[in-house]
Write a protein that binds this ligand. Sequence first.
Ligand SMILES: [Cu+2]
Length: 157
Amino acid sequence: MANKPLRSDTAAGILAGGVGLFLIVAIWVNLVFPALPIVSGGGSVLSGNNLRLSEHEWGFNQFAKGGPEICGNTTIDQMNITLTNTGINLHGFQIVRADTGAFVAGLNKTDLVRRGEIRHIIIDLDKIPPGSYYYICPVSGHRQKGMVAPFVVQSGC
Ligand SMILES: [Cu+2]
């Protein structure tokens, strides 16, 4: 065994095994700990007290994943959001804390917007402390597929 030169086919086998193992681990990690993609499309920000937001598979508005950031100005008491489901599946809308994921505002988890439905909701911004949140679709698996984007409450947007 000592000083025996490593045959090239053996080396190739070890390398292939290593690459395979790496891929298996990478796939496992992705399945068990799905990354939460936060896509805030190209710096676009929705603000004001009358927002329109279309929902579709894995994104909001024109984004294939994620959506525009929503900025809630602390001077606004109530934010009106018009949701339009332009997708095929049922979608919901919730605002959750960025740190704990706890529900803050939005639709009940089982209150979903149907295909083609237009829904007006009111977010009581005056009840949400300044800070970082996300808006998400609470349908199982949709957030993981991309239906998540930043929602911030701050003075000035
Ligand atoms: Cu959804």
